[in-house]
Design a protein around this ligand. Sequence first.
Ligand code: FES
Length: 232
Amino acid sequence: MSVTEQPAPAPGQDPGGDAAAEQLRDRISADSLTTRRDYLRIVATVSGGLAIGGVGVAAGILHRHGDSETLPAPKKVTDRLAPGQSIAFRYPGEEDRALAVRLGDGSLFGYSAVCTHLACAVLWREDRGPEGELYCPCHEGVFSARTGEVTAGPPPRPLPRILLTELADGSVWATATARSGEPLKDALCRQFGDSHPDASRQLGCPGAARTAGTARTTGTARTTGATESGRT
Ligand code: FES
């Protein structure tokens, strides 16, 4: 769910005090995330915490992250991720290598771990650069840990983003993917299509009906969000 600029908790914010997020957490704890409806309950909490402001293989040869036109099922990445740490996981499929990274300032980012050059595995190197970087050892490719953009080497495209959502209990969930260079909002709107009007309205997707809906505006499930303009 980065997305991603994952803002640190606002001062004074009580992430556990929101009933809707409590409900969300309970649902996840109960392993009730296999249905589309439950997924949407996660996304519906995004608006208060989603930073809308701001995927990898040799071209055309292999499946790419974010190619799906439908939302993947959410997946728990880890119970907790401390600053400076990363964790490898598979998402959206079991063959899709991915990385979640927590920078020193608390920001949380998710990416495909498949290099956009020749599909080698991308690694997290905390000791490189001012705040760590994503590094491909095959041909010295380097990607920004904050944006996924290529900063050095031969990779032709940014790493595809993975939307991460952090719940009040500190657990981190992967909830959606984007194509290389595609803002997460655009990726969500594309995958929502016409089948999830409430979520589309809440995100402000182009063409979404602006009628009164049932979208909620709770924000204790913090979601990473790709953004060009900053956090919301
Ligand atoms: Fe990553 Fe070449 S495969 S830089």
